[in-house]
Write a protein that binds this ligand. Structure first.
Ligand code: MIG
Length: 768
């Protein structure tokens, strides 16, 4: 009944025969367990989304205990215990402190009719993550969430589900209990159902019941372990952390130049301009419209001289046109998806009659990646991948188009040894395209960190791309839902995310735009974008007052870049989100479980944007500890709720005691000038921050060309001690002064000390 042998992935595993089928338990490490149940044999196929095979993890020793009702498998050294009822197949888990979690409420099921697993929901257990969802709630109880990548006709409206991305990953948190995470390793159409009180059910239409259970016990440990499973995001180029200005479409080239000139003339910091679909020749991907963009290389070079990079959009649909080289080459090599009767599938998208590459095949990805050469040779800095759910229209564009569907689920797809149908890999289409694009850029420009942006994707999409949440509208509700949406993406393992600032469809009002840019500078991916046919939505299109507000907040974003870049580095190395719900840092405080409209940017900054019209003040919850108002340096005591004044130009922003925030000088774009002076904004308390720097664009950091400066703040007697450095690492920043500025001395203005940064250790004392 119980056997111990290697899993299909080559790791020692425990097999148990139960009434629903054979169960396979693999301890990848003492606190990560993979659970599989198959009606018949286990598939030998590797997970589509988890890069390391089971045997690549450290593993653990375990002991098996069995009594008449329960079979217990206990990992060594205080790891998890799996408790199995062999009579039913029900499974539960216990941690080293004997706390029970993730218990089956019913026997699991995996047979020809599909997969089902029902977990008990413990008292006051809260659920987060689940990838991209709509609605203003942060917590997902009561929701029925589908995993099937879709361009939803109703866009972000509340209740719309599924969305562009399918990320079957969640985090469960309860006061006093262990936080744990779960990745449901099934790419077929699936769902999570949290509508029934007391239970969480997951269903999939086919495949195995296969999940990875990730133990915390804190939310940050869960996200770090998710990254070990599903992958880390690469460190992006620093310029991609700047502001991106986009519209469908800036065309012709003169319009792109005009936008660039306005941004510089009006001193609105910006690094990136996006080219939407109208730069192409008849929507043929990897081509240029000769009339509208007669000399794109010149355009890119001129803009580069002004500190701008260009990102251009690419859709997966390839125009079916015998005179078009991309179509011919894909057809000759049989790279396009065929239907069940072996005919190449044709559907309408922007270029009308189009065909679709099968990105689940490595050779197709390599071909596609190389096609980007036409763009990189022109000086395009990054690629924006759209429409890759994939979505298709019911009619030719000329007859109205309309996003209505996707490809037939019975199309054969995949590499020869992993042949399957679209039904199994539909959810992976966007990820495959992102992978093709990222790996292609890496080959084309091996010295530069790629920048990619992508709309669809599956769990693990962070390995290849930043993501935006698709088509929102210029509405207050969509502004309000942006923070919970992005914070849940971060908890799903995807840190580099944003939504269109100002809203994509419909027209923003000046007030909405002002509030949106205040919130938007917190988004890890910070881009203004708007649809064709809407009013112009550049910051200056809303009048002087709003333009000044946009300038103030873009300047704040740019001054924060040294801090922000360190957060990106941490996300890259550890998988921690950049934008975090408060529960990430305060998981034992029930007051934050539903707090959807406040967010932490890294460990030290907490923002409470205004996301509703007509507000001039709002309540702000400060968790336990001491906080400082970023604007006034006023000292505030948590746990408390305060009323924060918030006139139109004001983003309520707070700093945690003990913080030392590294801030740079004002810049028009991220690499305009050296980081001089570097200002350390210090807030009395006890804390530490490892400030990370490197050249911002190459891979030299992987060979040790980076530096970390430890910033430590402590209260000793009546004094505040601030230590800086020593700088550790080979990377040499440009010569600079460091200003240490201590806030929070009651009504006193901040106290400053300035010194030349020699890289040597410094300790400074401030009387409070
Ligand atoms: O069918 O390329 O979400 O950002 O501007 C619309 C035009 C296609 C959808 C994207 C949007 C982009 C637009 N695209």
């Amino acid at each position: 009944m119980i056997t111990q042998k290697l899993s299909p992935d080559g790791a020692p595993a425990i097999y148990v025969d139960t009434p629903p089928g054979q169960l396979c338990l693999t301890f990848l490490q003492p606190d990560i367990v993979r659970v599989r149940l198959a009606g018949g044999n286990f598939s030998p196929r590797r997970s589509w989304a988890v890069p390391p095979p089971d045997h690549a993890f450290s593993g653990t020793d375990w002991e098996v205990f069995s009594d008449p009702s329960t079979l217990r498998v206990a990992a060594a050294s205080g790891g998890l215990t799996a408790n199995l009822d062999p009579a039913t197949g029900r499974l539960s888990f216990t941690d080293g402190q004997k706390r029970n979690f993730c218990s089956d409420a019913e026997p699991p099921k995996a047979d020809s009719s599909g997969v089902q697993c029902v977990k008990e929901v413990a008292d006051s257990e809260h659920f987060y993550g689940f990838g991209e969802r709509t609605g203003i709630q942060l917590e997902r109880s009561g929701r029925w969430m589908h995993n099937w990548t879709t361009d939803p006709a109703q866009m972000h409206s509340t209740g719309v589900d599924p969305m562009y991305k399918a990320i079957p990953v969640y985090l469960a948190v309860r006061p006093g209990g262990p936080a744990y995470g779960l990745y449901f390793n099934n790419t077929w159409r699936s769902s999570f159902d949290l509508r029934m009180p007391g239970q969480l059910m997951y269903l999939a239409e086919a495949g195995e019941l296969d999940y990875y259970l990730v133990y915390g016990p804190t939310p940050s440990e869960v996200t770090e372990k998710f990254a070990a499973l599903l992958g880390h995001m690469p460190l992006p180029p620093r310029w991609s952390l700047g502001y991106h200005q986009s519209r469908w479409s800036y065309t012709p080239d003169q319009e792109v130049r005009r936008i660039a000139a306005e941004l510089r003339r009006r001193k609105l910091p910006c690094d990136v301009l996006h080219l939407d679909i109208d730069y192409m020749d008849g929507y043929r991907v990897f081509t240029w419209d000769k009339e509208r963009f007669p000399n794109p290389a010149r355009l890119a070079a001129d803009l580069r001289a002004q500190g701008f990079r260009l990102v251009s959009i690419i859709d997966p649909g390839v125009k079916s046109d015998p005179d078009y080289a991309v179509y011919r080459s894909g057809l000759e090599q049989d790279y396009f998806i065929r239907d069940a009767s072996r005919q190449v599938v044709h559907r309408y998208v922007w270029p009308d009659d189009s065909v679709f590459p099968d990105f689940s095949r490595p050779e197709v990805r390599a071909w596609w990646g190389e096609l980007q050469r036409t763009l990189t040779d022109t000086g395009i800095a990054g690629i924006w991948n759209d429409m890759n759910e994939p979505v298709v229209f019911s009619l030719p564009f000329s007859q109205g188009g309309g996003s209505v569907g996707s490809l037939p689920v019975d199309c054969p797809q995949g590499p020869p040894d992993e042949r399957t149908t679209h039904a199994e890999v539909h959810n992976l289409y966007g990820s495959g395209m992102a992978q093709a694009s990222y790996e292609g850029l890496l080959k084309l420009r091996p010295e530069d960190r790629p920048f990619n942006l992508c709309r669809s994707g599956f769990a693990g999409i962070q390995r290849w791309t930043a993501s935006w949440m698709g088509d929102n509208a210029s509405s207050w509700e969509h502004l309000e839902m942006s923070l919970p949406q992005l914070m849940n993406m971060g908890l799903s393992g995807t840190p580099f995310v944003g939504v269109d600032i100002g809203g994509f469809t419909d027209h923003a009002t000046p007030e909405l735009f002002a509030r949106w840019i205040e919130a938007g500078i917190l988004y890890p991916f910070c881009r203004g974008h708007s649809a064709i046919g809407t009013i112009q939505q550049q910051p200056w299109d809303f009048g002087e007052q709003v333009e000044a507000i946009a300038r103030k907040y873009l300047e704040l974003r740019y001054r924060l870049l040294p801090y922000l870049y360190t957060l990106f580095y941490q996300a890259h190395t550890t998988g921690q989100p950049i934008l975090r719900p408060l529960l990430y840092h305060f998981p034992d405080d029930p007051a934050v479980f539903h707090l959807h409209d406040q967010a932490m940017l890294g460990p030290s900054l907490m923002a409470a944007p205004i996301v509703q019209p007509g507000r001039h003040a709002r309540s702000v919850y400060l968790p336990a500890g001491v906080w400082y108002d970023y604007w006034t340096s006023e000292r505030l005591e948590g746990a408390s709720t305060i009323l924060a004044p918030a006139p139109l130009d004001h983003l309520p922003l707070y700093v945690r005691a003990g913080a030392a925030l590294p801030l740079g000088p004002l810049m028009a774009y991220t690499d305009e000038k050296p980081l001089d002076p570097l200002t350390l904004e210090v807030y009395p308390g006890n804390g530490q921050f490892d400030f990370y720097e490197d050249d911002g664009h190459s891979f030299a950091y992987q060979d040790g060309e980076f530096t970390v400066t430890q910033l430590a703040v402590s209260l000793e007697g009546g004094r505040l001690v601030v230590s800086v450095g020593p700088r550790q690492g080979r990377y040499q920043p440009d010569p600079r002064r460091i200003i240490v500025r201590v806030h929070g001395g009651g009504s006193q203005p901040p106290v400053e000390e300035t010194f030349e940064d020699t890289g040597a250790f410094r300790r400074l004392y401030f009387d409070l």
